[in-house]
Design a protein around this ligand. Sequence first.
Ligand code: SF4
Length: 327
Amino acid sequence: MSTASPTSNGKRVLLAKPRGYCAGVDRAVVTVEKALEKYGPPIYVRKEIVHNKYVVDTLRKRGVIFVDETSEVPEGSLVVFSAHGVSPAVHAEAAERNLRTIDATCPLVTKVHREVVRFARDDYDILLIGHEGHEEVEGTAGEAPDRVQLVDTPEDVHKVTVRDPSKVVWVSQTTLSVDETMERVNQLKERFPELADPPSEDICYATSNRQTAVKAMAPECDLVLVVGSQNSSNSKRLVEVALQAGARDAHLIDYAHEVDEKWLEGVETIGVTSGASVPDVLVMELLEKLAERGWDDVQEVTTANEKITFALPRELRDGGRARSSVR
Ligand code: SF4
């Protein structure tokens, strides 16, 4: 990473790269757009397709109906499952209701589901590090509800009970803070020295890359602005990581107009980044607003170049059709 020295008025913006859309979010949004083109509105999406207000509102205007549960979808209709994944019980309910389905679960979330299925089959107790109530956690735990215990807070570490301490494994939500997760793992290992690691990292490349970029610029920042929604786990983690890495102040905003003038008082360097579910147009609007106030020197801080893309769900590839919800 390299950053130039401040301009004469001292005001500059450090812009994190990578930031914004990851491959899983891009795939999920394009899935809904293609489904709209192919089948026409209305189509139903269970939960927010990705955790971003702007994306959800834009799709809603184009004829998408967002529901909390499949029970709200009229029989025989088309429903898309969100990037965060769903449990087998949700697939079963959709099949019972004769729904046509397209599954936009991110392949990296599916990977964690598969790990849970495999470890449950091998009779492990599975400790899922993640945030209580998050949709991804509900979907992942639902793969083996009798075998999975959620570990969210440090207190949860003490509450866990296992049948055989030599057959315990941890897995995690994909969008956590890398450092906090390792803290939790170390606490668990104090209790269960034979705790097995998952076969590969569950926190996804996009989450960890965005945290690395924000860590690189945070020590130089008086203020870090993270564009993202309040219910976006990875966006919230970016605020926390910025503060832990030395930013004097940090805030999460959906839109540029939410910047509070008080935050800008006495500030020279502003760091800007965005969560994995945020289209870059929202970051550009923020940069325009900052430029109007004198922060027009924008320097990109690059810590990785991402090239990952995922193929669309097979139902939307040539010749594919939405299917009855049978796995
Ligand atoms: S943040 Fe990671 S796991 Fe979530 S959708 Fe993006 S790539 Fe997939």
